[in-house]
Design a protein. Structure first.
Length: 250
């Protein structure tokens, strides 16, 4: 069985979660419609790392009896260490647009809405940006509307910024001191040129860019077994698409 892109991305996100150079991720929250980040979090936990997972859309066993209100309370208290965010548009300064395209209020193309993204971006020590689609319409030079800023002026309190941006083509590392991304790794089959062609913003490229590692055999076994079993109730369509027709019956 070949490695699915979703499996590669989940393993990549798991490695970023466990990045020893970053602050520890003891409590991770995963928002709506995020099966690949959820798979990454389950992979980390099932590999034996002592992390607490708060999955907002888990159909049973959801820790929040009052929904995102409790998530925001925990985050404001500094009790959420890592969160995942995406955007209809993401630019080279890690600004997110979840409102829409065109002049304010972004009526040309409407996105789902920013909801608590700005609060989570400011108050969570680590944010991993994730967007599977890697195209110039998503990764833009400058977002049309900023619903969550990537960096803030001096004197503005925020606990953290983006750690990285993971897409279907590559991994970018974010440097908040320069408000700029650098290319960290290329998924198999991609080159610096193919990534540049698909990216609307400029980014730094080191002298040598490694290939994003394949998931290990142990990681694949967990993803296709125990992780799938944890996720199938909440994400049955995703599990069936990635792991086969019998996933929903597992």
């Amino acid at each position: 069985m070949s490695i699915a892109l979703e499996e590669r991305l989940a393993a990549t996100l798991a490695r970023l979660i466990m990045d020893p150079s970053a602050p520890p991720a003891r409590h991770i929250a995963v928002g709506a419609a995020s099966p690949i980040p959820a798979a990454a979090c389950w992979l980390v936990k099932l590999m034996g790392h002592p992390v607490r997972l708060s999955l907002l859309h888990k159909r049973s066993g959801n820790p929040f009896t009052e929904g995102t209100r409790e998530l925001f309370d925990l985050t404001g208290q500094g009790r959420i260490d890592l969160f995942f965010l995406g955007g209809g548009q993401i630019d080279g300064q890690a600004n997110l647009n979840l409102v829409g395209t065109g002049d304010w209020p972004g009526k040309a193309v409407r996105f789902p809405g920013s909801f608590g993204s700005a609060f989570m971006y400011f108050m969570t020590p680590r944010t991993i940006l994730f967007r599977e689609e890697h195209s110039p319409r998503v990764l833009v030079e400058k977002v049309d509307n900023i619903s969550a800023p990537g960096v803030s002026p001096p004197g503005v309190f925020r606990r953290g910024t983006a750690q990285a941006l993971v897409t279907g083509k590559c991994v970018f590392r974010f440097h908040p001191d320069r408000a700029r991304f650098s290319l960290e790794s290329l998924h198999p089959g991609e080159t610096v040129e193919t990534v540049r062609e698909a990216t609307g913003f400029d980014f730094d490229v080191p002298a040598s860019v490694p290939t994003t590692p394949d998931p290990t055999e142990a990681e694949l076994a967990l993803l296709r077994g125990a992780v799938k079993a944890e996720m199938v109730e909440t994400y049955p369509e995703f599990c069936t698409r990635v792991w086969g027709h019998d996933a929903a019956a597992a």
